[in-house]
Design a protein around this ligand. Structure first.
Ligand SMILES: Nc1ncnc2c1ncn2[C@@H]1O[C@H](COP(=O)(O)OP(=O)(O)OP(=O)(O)O)[C@@H](O)[C@H]1O
Length: 250
C-alpha cells in the first residue's frame, strides 16, 4: 500500500478496504483499497467519468458502497456522527435554495446551539476569508454567481471547524485572482489546523499548489499515486503520461 513519507507513522483518518460503488451492475468505483492519514492532503485527478466524485462521495457517505470503510479507526455504520467532523463542497455546491447564503452557512451551527455572537463572529471571519460581503450573504443562492455560490459552500464547509475537508473542484468557478487568494488562504488553514483534505481537481497547477499526494484515476480505478513530479517522470503507463501531458498543455 502507498504510504506518503512522513505520513506513514500518523494514524489513518480513512481506511478503505475493497470499497466499491456500482450502478446497474457497472462499477463507478472498482473495489478500492486506500488509506488516508490524518493531516494529509490528497488530490484526486483523472478524466471525466473516472470515478473521482464517486470516491469523494463515498468519504462523505453519499455514495452507497460495498466493502469496509473505517473513519478515525472505527468502521462506519452510521454516517451522522462522522459528518459532524466533515466539511464538504460537492459539485453544484449543494446549497439549500430556500435559505439565504447566510442561512446556509449557519444552519449546522444553529442546530448545534451556537449562540448568535459566536455565529456572527465566525461568519465575519469566513466571509473575509472568501471575500463575500454582508449584502451577498443575505441573498438566496439563485441571486449569486457560480463563483459566489462556491465561496458560500466553502464557508459552510469550514463553519464548524471540521477535522476533514472534502472538496469537489472547489475553486473551478472562481476568477484567477480570487482563486489564487483563496487557494493561498486555504493552504495555510490546512497546514495550520492539520486538517485532512481530499480534493478533486482538473488542474495540475492546483494539485501542485496544494502539494500532497496525487491519486490518478481511470475507469473507476486508481492507476497511480504519488507526487505529481514522480508521476510525470515515472508514469505507470501511456495513459498516465498522456493524461498529465494533456493537463499540462491546456
Ligand atoms: N447516480 C449514478 N447513477 C448511475 N451512474 C452514475 C451515478 N453517479 C455516477 N455515475 C457514473 O459513474 C462514473 C463515475 O462518475 P464520477 O462522477 O465519479 O466521475 P468523475 O471522475 O467525478 O467525473 P467528472 O470529472 O466529469 O466530474 C461515470 O460513468 C458516471 O456516469
Amino acid at each position: 500500500m502507498y504510504s506518503r513519507p512522513g505520513f506513514a507513522t500518523l494514524p489513518a483518518m480513512y481506511e478503505l478496504d475493497a470499497v466499491r460503488v456500482s450502478y446497474g451492475g457497472v462499477d463507478a468505483l472498482a473495489p478500492t483499497t486506500l488509506s488516508i492519514a490524518q493531516g494529509e492532503t490528497v488530490v484526486l485527478l483523472g478524466p471525466s467519468g473516472s470515478g473521482k466524485s464517486t470516491l469523494l462521495r463515498c468519504l462523505i457517505g453519499l455514495s452507497p458502497y460495498d466493502g469496509t470503510l473505517r473513519f478515525d479507526g472505527a468502521e462506519v455504520k452510521d454516517w451522522r456522527p462522522v459528518r459532524r467532523r466533515l466539511g464538504y463542497v460537492i459539485q453544484e455546491g449543494g446549497l439549500f435554495p430556500h435559505l439565504t447564503a447566510r442561512g446556509n452557512v449557519t444552519l449546522a451551527a444553529r442546530e448545534f446551539g451556537w449562540d448568535k455572537a459566536r455565529i456572527d463572529a465566525r461568519v465575519r471571519e469566513l466571509a473575509e476569508l472568501v471575500a463575500l460581503d454582508a449584502a451577498q450573504l443575505d441573498r438566496f443562492p439563485a441571486g449569486l454567481s457560480g463563483g459566489q455560490r462556491q465561496r458560500v459552500a466553502m464557508m459552510r464547509a469550514l463553519m464548524l471547524g471540521p477535522d476533514v475537508l472534502l472538496l469537489d473542484e472547489p475553486l473551478s468557478a472562481l476568477d484567477p485572482v480570487t482563486r489564487l487568494r483563496l487557494a493561498g488562504e486555504l493552504r495555510d488553514i490546512f497546514a495550520r489546523l492539520g486538517m485532512t483534505v481530499v480534493m478533486v481537481t482538473h488542474s495540475l497547477r492546483e494539485a501542485r499548489f496544494f502539494g500532497g499526494r496525487a491519486i490518478l484515476m481511470r475507469d473507476g480505478r486508481i492507476v497511480q499515486q504519488g507526487d505529481i513530479a514522480d508521476l510525470q517522470t515515472q508514469p505507470a503507463d501511456d495513459f498516465v503520461a498522456e493524461f498529465l501531458a494533456a493537463e499540462e498543455a491546456l
